[in-house]
Structure formats: structure tokens, C-alpha cells
Design a protein around this ligand. Structure first.
Ligand code: SAM
Length: 292
């Protein structure tokens, strides 16, 4: 995480405007805009220094009586938002993550309060798979679909590489997914495809050459539901990137077994190193094909 800085460089807390001197709203807004957090890949998150934290806290509590009330409230909200960005991953306010996938630069908005909505943040498997697609674009097919796309890193990368791709996820995730597609100057469709009821999706009955999936299983219900969606889509190829979380060994293996049962052959199986917000992590890439 870094503080966005313009040509003037990052702000040192000693240079923050003294609130006793009644700084103008423009000056406060300028400083606050420079303090906004932007994540970069999965880089370490430096803490806010104490002086800046104290200043932001004072600002949140200040009545800013020299500024009109609606502008003052917006400034207080902005200071509170900046402090909330510093909270732990499951409690922090929304942030933007800039991701470098080889030469590709992708911006992803990650809304706050993601505790029970894992698709609101970007996971390490997505970056590992996105990098692989950039290194091996021949893996992609003309018509692709991504399941459980989350913030869209894999699908957006595939689209930037020229694939026609439909990104899918749960209804509550698709709104942010669409936003991320647009903010990366793309217009690929985003649709609801709930693995627990895939036939209700507008995509039921459509055929794709390739299904892309990153980090899909973290509950006992997931393998069966995911496999039902894969069976419905009946693509010739499936690419899966999963983290090696020991807790979910059974679920991961259930997906592999299910893919064999659906008639897929596993043509490739390779370990990848990566990291996410929680630190370094191991992943496994698998590539599945079948005759249709
Ligand atoms: C761990 S996140 C991975 C997100 C993204 N693929 C990534 O790697 O950054 C799991 C994703 O699966 C989605 N998901 C979970 N259950 C689902 C279901 N029943 N139907 C569709 N998507 C689901 C979540 O919304 C979330 O986006």
C-alpha cells in the first residue's frame, strides 16, 4: 500500500496543515487526496505514521467552523475514510489496487467490508493465473467464460489479450465486477452465474471453448456446485488455479475427481509460487481438455 503522491512527493506529517490556522477547504482536500491509499499488487502495507494518524483523527472530530457545513462534513468523511482504509483486510474501507500483469496495468476497485463477500477483493491465485496467461496467451481460446471472477483480474487480463470473455459471479459481486471492466476500458459482459443454480443464468445453454477459474473452493458445498456449472457449460477446456490451502485439500481433490468424471483429461499440473495480502502462498495450475 502506498500513499498516492503527485510531483510534490508524499506528505510528511510535519507538513500537514495546522488546523488552528483554519486552512481552506481546498488545501485540506488536496492533502487528503494525497493521503488516499492505493494498493499495488500484493505489496506489504506500511502503517500510517503516528503524526498523520493523529492529524486525521483530529480532523474527523473537528467542527471546521470556518468552512460551510456540507463541505466540512465531506472533509471529515474523507479523513474518516482514509483512517478506515488502514483497518485490517476484512474491515477496511474501499481501496483501489493497481496490478501489474507483465506489461499490462490493471486497476481494480475493492469495496470495503468484504468479510462474507470474498469476491470483493483480489486473491493471489488470480494474479498467478493472469501472469501465466500473459506469458502463454496461446492457452486462451476465442470464446471464454470465467466463473467466480471476483474483482475480475483474470477475465480482464484475458480480454486485454484479445479473448472474448464473459465474466461471471454471484449477483452481489457482479456490480463491482462491471465497474472494474469499465474502468479498464473494456466492455466484456458480466453476468450472474450462481454455481448452486447455474441453469437460472442467462448464460445457460451457451457454449464456450474455455472456462477459467481461480480460487473457487473454500466450502464443502463448492465442489459439487462448481462442477454442476462446468457440466452445464460443457467447454472443451478448463483452466483452474487454486491455492494449496491444506484445510481445503478434500474440496480441491473433489473438483479434480469431478472433472475426470465429466470426461476431462488433466493435460498439465504445475505448482506456482505467489502471494496475497496474507503473505507468500503456493498455488497449483491445472489444464483440462475433453472432446466434445
Ligand atoms: C476466493 S474468491 C476468488 C475470486 C477471484 N477468482 C480471484 O481469484 O481473485 C471466490 C469467488 O467465488 C465466488 N463464488 C462463491 N460462491 C459462488 C457461487 N455459488 N456461485 C458463483 N460464484 C461464487 C465468490 O463470489 C468469489 O468471487
Amino acid at each position: 500500500m502506498q500513499q498516492i503522491s503527485d510531483d510534490e512527493g508524499p506528505i510528511h506529517w510535519l507538513d500537514l496543515p495546522n488546523l488552528r490556522l483554519k486552512p481552506k477547504a481546498d488545501e485540506l482536500n488536496h492533502v487528503l487526496s494525497k493521503l488516499v491509499v492505493q494498493l499495488h499488487n500484493f505489496d506489504e502495507i506500511p502503517d500510517l505514521d503516528q503524526g498523520t494518524t493523529r492529524w486525521l483523527t483530529q480532523l474527523v472530530a473537528h467542527d471546521l467552523e470556518w468552512i460551510d457545513e456540507s463541505t466540512a462534513q465531506a472533509i471529515r468523511d474523507s479523513a474518516a475514510h482514509r483512517l478506515a482504509q488502514q483497518c485490517g483486510i476484512t474491515a477496511r474501507a474501499d481501496v483501489t489496487r493497481a496490478v501489474d500483469v507483465g506489461e499490462l496495468k490493471i486497476q481494480l476497485l475493492e469495496p470495503g467490508l468484504t468479510t462474507d463477500k470474498l469476491g470483493m477483493k483480489t486473491w493471489g491465485a488470480a494474479l498467478v493465473l493472469a501472469k501465466r496467461l500473459v506469458a502463454e496467451p496461446s492457452l486462451l481460446e476465442k470464446s471464454c467464460i470465467e466463473l467466480g471472477a471476483g474483482t475480475g483480474l483474470v477475465g480482464i487480463t484475458a480480454a486485454k489479450l484479445g479473448a472474448q470473455i464473459v465474466l461471471t459471479d454471484l449477483e452481489e459481486i457482479v456490480v463491482n465486477l462491471e465497474r472494474n471492466v469499465l474502468s479498464n476500458n473494456l466492455n466484456c459482459p458480466c453476468h450472474v452465474l450462481d454455481w448452486s443454480d447455474p441453469h437460472s443464468s442467462v448464460l445457460a445453454g451457451q457454449k464456450f471453448d474455455l472456462i477459467l477459474i481461480s480460487d473457487p473452493v473454500y466450502s464443502v458445498e463448492h465442489p459439487e456446485a462448481l462442477l454442476a456449472s462446468i457440466a452445464m457449460l460443457d467447454a472443451r477446456k478448463v483452466i483452474l488455479e487454486v491455492p494449496l490451502r491444506p484445510k481445503y485439500d478434500n474440496e480441491r481433490n473433489a473438483v479434480y475427481t469431478g472433472l475426470y468424471e465429466l470426461g476431462y483429461n488433466r493435460d498439465r499440473f504445475e505448482y506456482d509460487d505467489g502471494r496475497d495480502d496474507f503473505g507468500p502462498s503456493k498455488y497449483v495450475f491445472s489444464y483440462w481438455t475433453k472432446d466434445r
